[in-house]
Design a protein around this ligand. Structure first.
Ligand code: IPT
Length: 992
């Protein structure tokens, strides 16, 4: 086979025929920056330069990958997968640390992001909010909004003024990158996000539309209804195109085999007949909550089988735009996550996993995306009467293109949950005549949880495809021939009928393919079994018939000089035809031959004159055995100097939830919004106090701990808790000092108006038994709303002593710290905060992409009452909750690790019990590919003594020598939150 294969390739390689350029509907990779285009729409689809476009979109969040070079990696992988668009949320809170302040530099450089999307050849669907949800802190609202007037997501003034600040900036950036201006690839603009329920404020929606217009947005606007709920279809506040989000499998991944009976959305077409039907968020995975079962289950729940059935059903329903949420999920680094929804990983079970590797589902998206992009007739179809399947367990839908008559049949089970294999034949009528039984030999088999999308009556290049029971992956004109890649499930029979005026010349190059010629009709029928790769030459057509596994080896790239097909590498990123040389870049995991079908005479691979890929070099990662160690939390000691801290004595706040609890203690009111915050309270002794009643709002998975005069009283999860005062702890005279460390796990999304404004930090405090007034000081992240580290930004650090002192950073002089190992922890192991630091020297081979993660674990049988913040080179890359899980593996974002150099790893460990803490931290190799792209280390500052200087008195004071446990500590339940608030108001719809 290999010999014949090569000769065909050479034949193709030697063919040099001038080609016409690709249709305007694909963003050309080398588009001149001044070429303007039109973006419009009709009842069928969005249209670019008048050409109907089937939008096949991929959701990507730049804020979940803090590494602009790595954006290119992901965007190229998205493009190579057959997506023609990338859908981008823009996260207001990620850019704004305080009112009036907006940062679009470094990891926040969204101009660069939009340029990268254009460069990758992707259209952009822009989703700037102001609200985005997205399982991010505050749903994208900056935390400072919590202190401001005006109900969120309404046309109330305070809110509109703040929202305008953001929108005026982000809109202008988006406007500059519109396809209509010829300076970018933005083709659609989303207004708000799933705005439904609540006040349904049409003035607000209309205002957002008008702002967009006045800021220069002229591409069509659309709404993403939070389900097919008929919101914003028409009338005031309704954007141009109606779209709805669809997550039919839901978000409970714990039973990954339990499918829903997937809905048929065709009824939605009637709601807005003048515009196309799009699904701006089509389920591409699911998020997993704290205590969940892990993303492998989300990947299964929304796997290849689901992707096939769901997306083909949407095609059958007349949807002409599907954008998959998520296609690359990424990492909730820093304090970016909404703690109600997710932990650090936002892998999402997506086709490209968190460590940027391609999954099986990626291959399914590739088959579908290649199809959607090459069979253009799909973007313009009407529902048509469908043949009745011969097995009633199955359902057939049919759509027909009104201009060229191309027919699309979707065959699947009537109940999508069943796992039976069933068979049918179809009757076919159309321009090519009547076929009462298709296929003529055998049947069409449909596995349980599978669907097939079959094409009939289609001009496949210069060939006429009467029908095929194989699916079309792609077809292209290459040199002097049409090339078509068809596929089917392994071992299943397939039948393809082509129409010719006279008997064509047929050469079976590979595989077992029988042919029959029907002279009367002019039909050439090919019958075969899908098994590996069969190859047939029929006149000017090169027909490739693959089984699904084989399709993973195939890549299509559309160069400025025409399409090319490549077989072999594990990824083809880019292709360029330059004077007869096909220049390919891409990745590989083994050494294999690169075979091309291209109008070229020579091939280069990653710049080398070779047509053979290579395997990545094996790597060795250093063991993290020796660590430096230091006790923290000097704030708990009574003599600690807090004179420079902010006094917390405000008597009013713009937050209804703070009414009645005075003074206002909530952290956001003092400009401390993320991570940990310390309070120190003083009360004059009466000698009679018996307990301290505290109420803190930490958000789910947050916690707080209390010391009185340096003695540990205990800890609690979110909510109110009363801590008994042990005998001998109260001062005999003068002041008592309470030290309270509160961890804010993140801000809520907007489940109901202003839910994201739910306060965080200490809300109330009372001394029980000895009435006396408490006065408070507060301290949080360094710089508060002016974070000192603007590169990593406001979500990266809270107010732990070590964070304020720069202990998380590379270059911090830890030489005075004690040495330890994690397994045999020395030093104190009682409740409190302690830091571990180590360095890891790496010398990873260049020219390959290694995915590296850090695993944390505690010794078996030891207490899990601890949590850790994981810093790599100063970046907070993970939050480990030993008693909650499920995450134990933390992907280190590409560009954060110094792959040839030293790396600083710091763990801030907070234990609430004796003898708990990590037993090991291990760097792990998640896999490598030869190739990859160059990703530079992301610029961010190292330790600087001036910036991170701590007051000497503070540093001198040590924690109390004998911390002890509070008998009052509540038992741990998995959620650990005796929270008096209801997270989602019962009975109310989950509106966003
Ligand atoms: C949809 C949101 O629009 C999106 O931001 C994200 O939160 C997604 O859900 C879940 O990951 S809302 C839809 C579930 C009703």
């Amino acid at each position: 086979m290999k010999g014949r294969w090569r000769s065909l390739l050479l034949a193709a390689l030697l063919t040099v025929i001038p080609l016409t350029g690709p249709a305007a509907a694909t963003p050309a990779q080398a588009k001149p920056r001044t070429q303007e285009h039109t973006v419009a729409y009709d009842q069928y689809s969005v249209k670019v330069d008048g050409e109907p476009l089937y939008i096949w979109g991929a959701e990507f969040h730049y804020f979940r990958l803090p590494s602009p070079d790595a954006w290119r990696d992901v965007l190229q992988k998205i493009k190579a997968d057959g997506f023609n668009a990338v859908s981008l949320y823009f996260d207001w809170g990620y850019h704004s640390a305080k009112p009036g302040s907006y940062d679009f530099t470094g990891i926040r450089d969204v101009e660069r992001l939009l340029d990268e999307a254009e460069r990758a050849g992707l259209y952009v669907i822009a989703r700037p909010g102001p609200y985005i949800n997205a399982e991010v802190s505050g749903g994208g609202f900056p935390a400072w909004r919590k202190t401001r007037k005006g109900v969120n997501r309404t046309s109330e003034t305070g809110y509109l003024d703040d929202a305008r600040e953001w929108m005026s900036r982000i809109n202008r950036i988006i406007a500059r990158h519109q396809l209509t201006r010829g300076t970018g690839t933005v083709i659609l603009y989303q207004v708000e996000n799933e705005y439904q329920g609540g006040r349904h404020d049409a003035d607000y929606m209309q205002t957002l539309i008008e702002w967009a217009k006045s800021d220069g947005i002229d591409v069509p606007t659309f709404v993403n209804d939070g389900g097919a709920n008929k919101n914003w279809v028409s009338g005031k506040g309704a954007p141009a195109i109606y779209g709805f989000d669809a997550y039919p499998q839901g978000f409970d991944c714990s039973q990954p085999d339990a499918w829903k009976n997937l809905p048929d959305y065709s009824y939605v077409n009637d709601w807005k007949p003048e515009s196309p039907l799009i699904i701006p968020e089509a389920q591409g995975g699911a998020f997993d909550p704290w205590g969940g079962t892990g993303y492998q289950d989300c990947a299964q729940l929304t796997g290849t089988d689901f992707t096939r059935v769901f997306s083909k059903m949407n095609i059958a329903a007349g949807v002409t735009g599907q954008s998959f949420y998520m296609t690359y999920g990424g990492t909730n680094w820093g304090w970016l996550a909404d703690p109600n929804a997710v932990y650090t990983s936002y892998d999402y079970g997506a086709p490209i996993n968190e460590s940027r590797q391609l999954t099986d589902k990626y291959q399914e998206f590739k088959r579908l995306g290649y199809f959607v992009n090459s069979v253009r007739s799909l973007a313009r179809t009407d529902r048509a009467e469908a043949p009745t399947p011969s097995d009633e367990a199955l359902r057939v839908d049919r759509r027909v293109n009104p201009d060229d008559g191309t027919q699309f049949f979707t065959v699947r089970h009537a109940d999508t949950r069943v796992k039976d294999k069933d068979e049918t034949t179809l009757s076919l009528t159309g321009a090519d005549g009547d076929y009462p039984r298709v296929p003529q030999q055998g049947t069409i088999t449909v596995d349980g949880r599978d669907a097939k999308l079959l094409v009939a009556g289609y001009d496949l290049g210069d060939q006429r495809l009467v029908y095929s029971t194989s699916e079309i992956m792609t077809h292209a004109r290459v040199g002097d021939r049409d090339v078509a890649l068809l596929y089917g499930r392994k071992s299943e029979a397939g039948e393809t009928v082509l129409r010719y005026a006279k008997r064509p010349k047929v050469t079976v190059l590979d595989g077992d393919v029988t042919t029959a010629w029907d002279a009367e009709r002019g039909d050439l029928r090919l019958d075969y079994t899908h098994d590996g790769l069969a190859r047939v030459l029929v006149n000017g057509l090169e027909l490739l018939i693959a089984d699904t596994a084989e399709t993973a080896r195939w890549w299509r790239q559309d160069t400025a000089a025409g399409p090319v097909l490549v077989r072999g590498p594990s990824l083809v990123r880019t292709a360029e035809l330059d004077d007869g040389t096909l220049k390919l870049t891409g990745d590989s995991t083994d050494a294999s031959k690169i075979e091309v079908i291209a109008d070229a005479t020579k091939v280069t691979w990653n710049g080398r004159e070779t047509a053979v890929t290579s395997a990545p070099h094996p790597i060795e990662l250093p063991e993290l055995t020796t660590w430096k160690y230091k006790e923290e939390a000097p704030e708990s000691a009574p003599g600690f100097d807090d004179s420079a801290w902010t006094t917390a004595a405000r008597l009013s706040a713009n937050n209804a939830e703070l009414d009645g609890s005075l003074p206002v203690l909530a952290m956001d009111e003092y400009g401390y919004h993320h991570g940990d915050v310390w309070y120190r309270g003083r009360f004059t002794t009466t000698g009679k106090a018996t307990a301290i009643a505290l109420n803190a709002n930490t958000g789910p998975t947050g916690q707080y701990a209390v010391w009185l005069n340096g003695s540990y009283l205990g800890s609690s999860g979110d909510g109110a808790h009363t801590f008994d005062i042990p005998a001998g702890t109260l001062a005999a005279e003068g002041d008592n000092v309470l030290s309270v460390l509160v961890e804010n796990a993140g801000h809520n999304e907007e489940w109901g108006h202003d839910y994201s404004k739910e306060p965080r930090g200490l809300l109330g405090a009372e001394v029980i038994g000895g009435a006396t007034t408490l006065t408070w000081k507060i301290q949080g992240g360094r710089g508060a709303e002016n974070p000192v580290d603007t590169a990593r930004g406001q979500y990266n650090n809270g107010g732990l002593y070590g964070e304020r002192a720069g202990w998380s950073l590379p270059g911090y002089p830890d030489n005075g710290w004690s040495r330890t190992t994690l397994s045999g922890q020395t030093g104190k192991t009682g409740p409190g905060v302690r830091w571990y630091r180590t360095t890891a020297g790496l010398d990873l081979p260049r020219g390959q992409d290694d995915a590296i993660a850090l695993d944390l674990a505690e010794p078996k049988g030891t207490s899990t009452d601890y949590r850790a913040q994981i810093f790599v080179n100063g970046w907070l890359i993970g939050r480990y909750l030993a008693d909650t899980g499920p995450q134990t593996r933390f992907v280190i974002p590409k560009g954060i690790l110094h792959e040839q150099g030293g790396n600083t790893i710091a763990l801030a460990v907070w234990s609430t019990e004796k003898a708990s803490g990590p037993g090991s931290a291990t760097l792990v190799d998640l896999g490598a590919s030869a190739g990859g792209i160059r990703v530079r280390t992301v610029d961010a500052p190292s330790y600087d003594a001036r910036t991170y200087a701590m007051p000497a008195s503070g540093a001198r004071v040590t924690v109390s020598a004998e911390p002890f446990l509070s008998p009052a500590r509540p038992p741990r339940s998995p959620s650990r939150s005796p929270c008096r608030r209801t997270r989602r108001p019962p009975g109310t719809s989950n509106w966003r």
